[in-house]
Design a protein around this ligand. Structure first.
Ligand code: SAH
Length: 597
């Protein structure tokens, strides 16, 4: 819950804006009335109550006032709520307290987005310097997190020891990987290799239950799933104790467990549901038929009779971990005192997977780069792309990001490199302008990619859309993009498609319309359209949409000058219903409009 505290009329207006933007997520404190003589007292009470009841606070108060009010309430970095202050003019959302752990940095960004003209102010060192905060990686961390973070930031040597491949973002150059430790999928020798034996700082990535030394931070990768089976009425105690003991005996950390898994018939079994809650993980269930199909070392008749699969615990753990999963704890039974066991559990470990993000950067302007694309760029440790696209976003990359750029043409090689890096377990961003799936890298890359990596696509604003927005509303009805490049496609095919578009009266956007060596294709394509459209049909030329040197020309099919077109350009030709209105191209949404005229 986010507590909102305000004292002035302007503050209350901003507060109401946030309350409207985040319905259900906020609670309003104090000064519902007009403040008045007891204003200060009311605000103190409001802050005190909000501080106790909420996990984050937005105070529409000066930082000084807020500091004085919260100072006596501060207890502990781990428990105190994150506090953001917003000034009277709502120009700044200042993350005042609990930047990382309290979520104030994120909240400052969210507030700034919800209040027009407001900017986030974040002073936490790790965010400011582009070094990823260890507590912001979306993974559980333990040990000396603050110390190791500070060492990373101060440029002191930090040893990275990975027991598992894990696609991490770029880490600064003072963090160096200790070689020979990436023992993915090992049987768990239980040793605490990777502890800071040399007294230096260590960042350890492991699902093993190690006791971190005072200069070691441990990142817990999401590697484990626990399968459970139980008879009806099993006590939560029994399930929880069994799971805890199984993990402890195997030397595994509960923080690396991502889910409890069982058969669908047990979805409502209170003891299992409660055990998952205690472990802080979701409960996932599978149909008996799916579980029955999983080969397991210890099938048995009892669950077959009861729920229709010879294995619940082992099969569910393996299924939850997907292809290549390894059973690290075979089925074991609970051992309650004085009665028969009611629960079984097993633990599986996933095969580590690299990550390939295929990221569209938009046409050029920074504000047409989506927040999601930006996040993916900062999440990557390797960026692969054409040099001119890398230039578009180089400043956004974390220091230490490995950039594999290449010139035009080397597409196959670029895709292969990106996939190979992801298969090696890295976090890779393959970038392209506009949308990376439109005449770009997504298809050659995914044609190469195997099922053993995670792939995420981030859509981007295409050149066609950026151009359309500049031209008016040319895409108001059915439309098509056609590339005039005959580099990968024979001209006969292109011509056939242009003819089809002409005949079916589609609005057409030509990509790759004309280059020095390819100058006859555009006039030819326009001539084909002219067989079905009048010379006065509106047409637009957009060069460098949303980039420096942007130029937009609205003309007609008859008057379009191919010499004004090059490879930085798209050409959009309207259909027979497209009109020019006040200098803008407008394609009506339907043909009825035409009939009624
Ligand atoms: N993936 C890109 C297209 C790449 S093909 C997208 O989704 O937009 C390259 C062609 O796109 C160029 O030859 C040009 O025709 C067009 N193009 C790309 N960016 C452009 C821009 N900012 N302005 C105009 N045309 C652009």
């Amino acid at each position: 819950m986010i507590g909102l505290v305000s004292a002035t009329a302007a503050g209350r207006r901003a507060r109401d804006r946030l309350a409207a933007a985040w319905p259900g997520a906020v609670r309003v404190y104090g000064t519902g009335g007009e403040g008045g003589a007891d204003g200060a007292g009311t605000v103190r009470e409001a802050v005190t109550r909000a501080f106790a009841e909420c996990d984050r606070l937005v105070c529409f108060l000066a930082t000084g006032a807020t500091v004085r009010l919260i100072a006596p309430l501060l207890a502990d970095k781990a428990d105190d709520p994150g506090v953001v202050c917003v000034d009277e003019a709502q120009q700044y959302a200042v993350a005042l307290l609990g930047g990382h752990a309290g979520g104030a940095n994120d909240l400052a960004h969210a507030v700034a987005e919800a209040l027009p003209g407001c900017r986030p102010v974040v002073t936490t060192a790790t965010d400011a310097a582009g070094v990823p905060g260890l507590d912001t990686l979306g993974l559980p961390v333990e040990g000396s997190v603050a110390m190791v973070s500070r060492a990373m930031l101060d440029g002191e040597p930090v040893r990275l020891v990975r027991h598992h491949v894990l696609p991490l973002p770029a880490l600064p150059p003072n963090v160096t990987e200790a070689t020979g430790n990436a023992t993915e999928g090992d049987g768990g020798d239980g040793g605490n290799s990777g502890e800071g034996t040399d007294g230096g700082y260590t960042l350890l990535v492991t699902d093993r239950a190690v006791a971190p030394g005072d200069r070691t931070a441990v990142l817990r990768p999401p590697t484990l799933a626990v399968g459970v089976g139980a008879s009806r009425g099993v006590p939560a105690e029994e399930v929880a104790a069994l799971v805890g003991q199984a993990l402890a005996d195997a030397g595994l950390s509960p923080l690396s467990v991502t889910e409890l898994a069982t058969v669908e018939a047990k979805a409502g079994e209170e003891g299992i549901v409660e055990a998952a809650r205690r472990l802080g993980v979701p409960l996932r269930t599978y149909p008996a038929g799916e579980l029955a199909a999983v080969p397991v070392p210890h099938p048995s008749d009892a669950p077959l009779a009861a729920v229709g699969t010879p294995s619940v615990a082992e099969a569910a753990a393996l299924l939850a971990c997907g292809e290549g999963a390894e059973l690290v704890v075979p089925k074991r039974k609970s051992a309650p005192e004085g009665r028969a066991a009611m629960a079984t559990c097993a633990v599986a470990r996933r095969r580590p997977r690299g990550r390939l993000a295929v990221v569209g950067l938009g046409p050029g302007a920074r504000d047409l780069l989506t927040p999601r694309a930006r996040d993916e760029l900062r999440r990557a440790s390797v960026v692969v792309g054409l040099d001119q696209y890398v230039d578009q976003i180089r400043d956004l990359l974390r220091p230490g990001t490995r950039v594999l750029e290449s010139g035009l043409g080397a597409e196959e090689e670029r895709s292969r490199t990106a996939v190979a890096e992801a298969r090696a377990g890295r976090a890779v961003a393959l970038i392209g302008s506009g949308d990376a799936g439109v005449y770009a890298m997504a298809s050659p890359a995914l044609a190469e990619a195997s099922a053993d990596i995670d792939v995420v696509g981030v859509p981007g604003v295409t050149a066609a859309l950026a151009a359309a927005a500049l031209l008016g509303a040319p895409l108001g009805h059915d439309h098509v993009s056609i590339s005039l490049s005959d580099l990968h496609t024979p001209w006969e095919v292109i011509e056939r498609r242009v003819r089809a578009a002409a005949e079916s009266d589609l609005v057409v956007t030509f990509y790759n319309p004309r280059s020095r060596g390819r100058d006859w294709q555009l006039p030819k394509a326009l001539a084909l359209l002219a067989e079905h459209r009048a010379p006065h049909t509106p047409a637009g030329i957009v060069r460098n949409a949303s980039r420096p040197g942007e130029r937009t020309t609205v003309t007609t099919l008859g008057e379009l000058d191919p010499a004004a077109v090059d490879m930085m350009t798209v050409v959009t030709v309207g259909n027979t219903a497209t009109r020019t209105v006040a200098g803008r191209m407008v394609t009506p949404r339907g043909y009825r409009w035409q009939e009624s005229r």
